[in-house]
Write a protein that binds this ligand. Sequence first.
Ligand code: NAP
Length: 252
Amino acid sequence: MSESARVAIVTGAARGIGAATALRLAADGMAVAVVDIDAAATGETVATIEAAGGRAIGVGADVSDADQVAAAVARVADELGAPTVLVNNAGVLRDNLLFKMSPTDWDTVMNVHLRGAFLFTQATQKHMVEQRWGRIVNLSSTSALGNRGQVNYSAAKAGLQGFTKTLAIELGPFGITANAVAPGFIVTEMTAATAERMKIDFDELQKHAASEIPVRRVGRPEDIAHTISFLAGEGASFVSGQVIYVAGGPKD
Ligand code: NAP
């Protein structure tokens, strides 16, 4: 099968890192399902892909809802073909210090990041196993190493690393790789919202972040899309179970 026949699902792809990844995978020759919780919000990403000569559909689904995920994957298989590339990117923040964090904020973050990745991977893997080929990329974060005010998010992002390594072990025999990309500071609406919550001007936050990053700049969604493109490509079949920090410097 040639790369042009690959079908990719990118969750949370209406904007930010997910949108950049959808554009990049389409430019790589894949047909892309642009999944987001709000179907209407996928329109811009789909239109940009189509304007560049690519193939895409917009699919509305809440990644934490099993029925919606099953319906979304079935629709993708029906309209684009068997999905064999999956990027679990949808994410939310519900930051707070531990003593102020509500159980609802804990559950929301676990449900979107962990349950969402589990549901989409489970629904998609059968297509990959049938094709004896697949690429799964999960979005972790430097926050997995610990970050004040993010006990829920850091637990979920560390959890995704363990999830990834186990997927690599279970699915490797079927020609399927699973890897995690762990971004540092990337300029998106998510980091803009963090600035707002911290009552810091977003430009100032970016300047401060850049001063602490070895390459002296903040990240762009395209930096992450580039790494995901590598992991999703034909040539990366011997890279599996890895966590790649894309943060302008080393993290451990
Ligand atoms: P973003 O701009 O907030 O985009 C996230 C997208 O996911 C939004 O379109 C959002 O839709 C969608 N989404 C949220 N909940 C969903 C659900 N239940 N089902 C389907 N879609 C849902 O975020 P981003 O900065 O691009 O981040 C993308 C991923 O990278 C996330 O997993 C994030 O944790 C991770 N990451 C980001 C950074 C960073 O610096 N930006 C760093 C490390 C890791 P709504 O707007 O409608 O909620």
